[in-house]
Structures are given as C-alpha cells and as structure tokens.
Write a protein that binds this ligand. Structure first.
Ligand code: GLP
Length: 240
C-alpha cells in the first residue's frame, strides 16, 4: 500500500520531495533522479533551487520519463527543452548527465532500447518523480499499457493531446506519438513519488491508489511497487 501524504499546497509537496532529494544527494552525489515534465513537478524543482545552493550537484544524473516523437529538440515544448529550462539550468545540473528519450525519427527504431541501456548503465533510477494524467497515465503510458512495458513508442490518446494543447498554439501542433519509459521501467525505480494537485486529478488518484490494479488505469501499477509515496493536496485526495 502506498504511503499517502496530504499536504496543504503544491509548494508543501515540492518541499517534501525536494528535502528527500537533497538527503539523497548528500548520501550519494551521483544519485540518479527520474524527472517528470508537466505542471505537477514544477513545485519540486522550485523548492530544490534554494536547497541546492552551495551543494555540489555536478555528479547528479537524471532521466526524463518521456518525449514527443518527431519534435525538434529545440522546440520550446520538447521535453528536452522543458527539462533544460525547468531543471538543468535553474539547478545548475550537468546537461551531459541529464537524459531524455530520443524522439528523433532517424533513430526511433532503437531509441527505446538505447534509453533502457543508459538507465541500466547508470545503475537504475533512485527516486522517480511522477505526475498523473487525467486518463490515469503515468509517463505517457496510456490506458492499455502493459505493466511489463519498457521504453517504447506510443500513440497519444485524444484526451492527452487535448490536455497538453495548452502548451502549444493549437491542438494540431501537439505531436501524435511519444516515446516513454514503460510501466515496467517506472516500477524498476527504487522509490516512486507520485504527485497530484486539484480536483481534476481526484478520480485518477483514487484509481491509482486504491482502485483495482488494471492496465485501464496505468497509474494503478504503483500498487505493485514496494516503496511509493503519494503526495497530494486536499482536492486531489477528495475521492480517496
Ligand atoms: C503529461 C506527461 C506526464 C504528466 C501528465 C500530467 O502528458 N507526459 O508525465 O504526468 O501529463 O501533466 P500535468 O502535471 O501538467 O497535469
């Protein structure tokens, strides 16, 4: 059973996760972080900034959960760009040590395998930050994803493209495909932190935490993991 922590605000959630990350870096300067995009993890990155001032982060490693396929990595909404502007630059991390799946069409056939190998070579992910989509997806593992899946190309469902259209000028610009760590990849991380805020996430959170373990709600895969901390505000916890 996941540990559920209900906090007053997203900033409190950010502080809680950031404190744990700082503790890990102190214990192991080359810690491997699993980084998430979307709006949910932003309070974590904001809380890390003052906490990491004066701490040597030059050996910290990181792997993003996912990336759009066929998007120019320099596009401001590519997850490479988002991770660079939200995480790498403000926290002073070494960009060479922070990885995103390669959504470039030229190498897409082996990009999943390459990413899995890179994670394995790093010794696996120590702490994985997760948001959850309104469809119950984690990473971009949409309903129907296998719990054994590893990093691979997926098709985005309409609901996710609509949700993510706010980051683009029009919905037509939202890519159709993505490359995402699989549920099996995510379950291999040593500690999962799943964060969610607001009423809109309440149903997905309830399903993930205490609904049936089913690929129709990919977030429910967290129930198979021995070390999960779910950090939510009152609104996101309201269906628990
Ligand atoms: C996106 C990301 C997920 C994220 C989710 C929720 O599509 N691929 O990793 O958790 O949707 O996004 P947000 O945190 O903005 O609500």
């Amino acid at each position: 059973m996941a540990e559920v922590v209900i906090v007053p605000s997203p900033a409190d959630a950010g502080a809680l996760v950031a404190d744990e990350i700082v503790r890990l870096i102190a214990a192991r300067p080359d810690v491997v972080l699993g980084l998430a995009t979307g709006s949910t993890p932003l309070p974590v990155y904001e809380a890390l900034r003052p906490r990491l001032a004066g701490i040597d982060v030059s050996r910290v490693r990181g792997f993003a959960l996912d990336e759009y396929v066929g998007i120019d990595p320099r596009h401001p909404q590519s997850y490479r760009s988002v991770i660079t502007t939200e995480v790498v630059e403000p926290l002073g991390l070494d960009p060479e040590r922070i990885h995103t799946p390669n959504g470039d069409l030229a190498s897409i056939a082996h990009a999943g395998e390459d990413y899995e190998r890179a994670i394995a070579d790093a010794g696996g992910i120590d702490l994985q930050i997760l948001g959850i989509g309104t469809s119950g997806h984690i990473g971009f593992n949409e309903p129907g994803s296998s719990f054994a899946s590893r990093t691979r190309v997926k098709t985005l469902i309409e609901q996710t493209r609509r949700d993510n259209a706010r980051f683009f000028d029009t919905i037509d610009e939202v890519p159709m495909h993505c490359i995402t760590q699989g549920l099996g990849t995510i379950l291999s991380a040593r500690h999962l932190f799943l964060l969610a805020f607001g009423e809109g996430k309440a149903a997905a959170v309830a399903g993930a935490v205490e609904g049936p373990v089913t690929s129709s709600l990919p977030g429910s895969a967290i129930q198979l993991h021995p070390h999960v901390t779910v950090v939510v505000d009152e609104a996101a916890a309201s269906h628990l």
